[in-house]
Design a protein. Structure first.
Ligand code: APR
Length: 230
């Protein structure tokens, strides 16, 4: 029998127990940086060195982090489901846990691209400095979707959510659009689950189970529920 399609929307909360700080749990300061100074196109124009420093710092943090049990359970679920992950996270912890299908809505910390040609994308492990150039001679910038920028992968994500047999949300405050709007594309009748240490607000959803626990506490419980409906 074909596996059911389990579509997952994940956010910073799934990586919190790996030691990566979420944004909205940290008083508007991200590791001590004001978001408007480091994660907008205006910030990049004003002070690109500061923006690079911020992402260099975050890249080192992610490198030192390990996937936690919630990432691992999602990878294990591939044995029973066609698991499709849509993540707002720029870390690679889903992939390192073994998840095969991961769509990064907000970009990836281990990629850089030309600031003038978005199709020139490069893998990057270490730090990036002012003067590091892409093949078109332009400065390299983080391959990140900043606030106020369009989200190129949103249409793909919408199609995935529309085609889900089961939909789950883990570790996101659902306040940043368009990602937050994905919830409303899930077919109305399918089973839906939210795991979060503080369940976020959604429009009323039919067939929704809320698990108000941290990701590593909630995912083992959710796995049991999912195996009952596989
Ligand atoms: N387990 C489960 N959920 C947790 C945990 C945990 N250990 N710790 C925090 N959370 C939950 C919080 O309750 C909150 O609902 O994770 C969510 C984190 O919310 P945000 O910090 O707003 O993260 P996210 O929703 O991913 O942010 C969306 O905004 O910061 C920008 O572009 C960035 O992709 C990001 C987007």
């Amino acid at each position: 029998m074909a596996k059911k399609k389990l579509v997952v929307l994940s956010g910073a909360g799934i990586s919190a127990e790996s030691g990566l700080k979420t944004f909205r749990d940290s008083d508007g300061l991200w590791e001590g940086y004001d978001i408007h100074e480091v994660a907008t196109p205006t910030a990049w124009k004003r002070n690109p060195a500061l923006v690079l420093e911020f992402y260099n710092f975050r890249r080192r943090n992610v490198k030192d982090a390990l996937p936690n049990q919630a990432h691992h359970i999602l990878a294990d679920l591939q044995e029973h489901f066609d698991v499709q992950i849509v993540t707002q996270n720029i870390d690679d912890l889903h992939e390192r846990a073994g998840s095969k299908n991961v769509l990064h809505l907000h970009g990836e910390i281990f990629k850089m691209r030309s600031e003038t040609n978005e199709s020139l994308v490069y893998p990057i492990e270490g730090d990036i400095q002012i003067g590091d150039k892409a093949d078109d001679g332009a400065q390299l910038r983080p391959h990140i979707v900043w606030f106020e920028e369009p989200v190129p992968m949103i249409e793909n994500a919408i199609q995935l959510v529309k085609s889900a047999d089961i939909f789950m949300v883990v570790g996101t405050s659902l306040v940043v659009y368009p990602a937050a709007g994905l919830v409303d594309y899930a077919p109305w009748q399918i089973p839906k689950f939210i795991v979060d240490k503080k369940i976020p607000y959604t429009s009323p959803l039919y067939n929704l189970t809320k698990i108000e626990k941290t990701a590593t506490e909630g995912m083992p419980l959710l796995k049991e529920l999912l195996l009952d409906i596989k």
